[in-house]
Design a protein around this ligand. Structure first.
Ligand code: SF4
Length: 187
């Protein structure tokens, strides 16, 4: 299991590859989306962890359902999305290009979104994401992700990945889009 929560089957004989792929596919383990938006890293969250402020897995599933077109996801290119159910950050949300953190407000589950995180060890190094603004309810999260991705698509230049567009235009266009029609209910 890689730290990005993908399964690695080492030392498979070449002649067995196709049969293995067919069986993996039948079990839902052969989605070719590594490094793409739907290749989400999520901690166990409130479904399995007693420390959680909020659930992580249903948020990831809802986002995967929203972006279920593989061609579209391929066209978006590399973008990392990390979800943690509390500030312990087991989902490494700080270093996701898009990070989601479960927070507790008055006993209910809310989600704080960060943008611009990077785990890259390349020339630009690693960066922590910036909080985009007030948190969201679980129901709002798919729409929030759609607005974030739409902002990227509308501003990207030829060949740019999400993080490159973000680094060029900054957080403001994303923030303006996400909060444009939202009533500020929570800080
Ligand atoms: S980030 Fe929090 S909720 Fe998620 S696994 Fe770690 S301790 Fe549990």
């Amino acid at each position: 299991m890689s730290h990005e929560q993908n399964l690695i089957l080492a030392n498979v004989k070449k002649r067995d590859l196709f049969a293995l792929w067919e069986k993996a596919k039948a079990q839902g383990f052969a989605t070719p989306n590594i490094g793409l938006l739907t290749d989400i890293i999520a901690c166990p969250g409130g479904d399995f962890c007693s420390l959680a402020n909020a659930k992580s897995i249903p948020i990831g599933l809802a986002i995967q359902e929203r972006f279920n077109g593989l061609d579209y996801v391929y066209d978006l290119g590399d973008v990392s999305l990390n979800i943690s159910g509390c500030i312990n950050a087991c989902g490494h949300h700080h270093v996701g290009n898009i990070g989601i953190l479960g927070v507790d407000k008055d006993g209910s589950e809310w989600y704080q979104v960060t943008l611009g995180g990077e785990q890259s060890s390349g020339a630009t190094g690693a960066h922590l994401g910036r909080v985009i603004g007030p948190s969201f309810s679980a129901d709002e999260m798919p729409d929030v992700m759609t607005k974030v991705i739409d902002t990227f698509v509308e501003n990207r230049q030829e060949g740019e990945h999400f993080i490159e567009t973000y680094n060029r235009i900054g957080i403001t266009p994303f923030k303006e889009r996400v909060y444009a029609s939202r009533q500020p209910a929570h800080a």
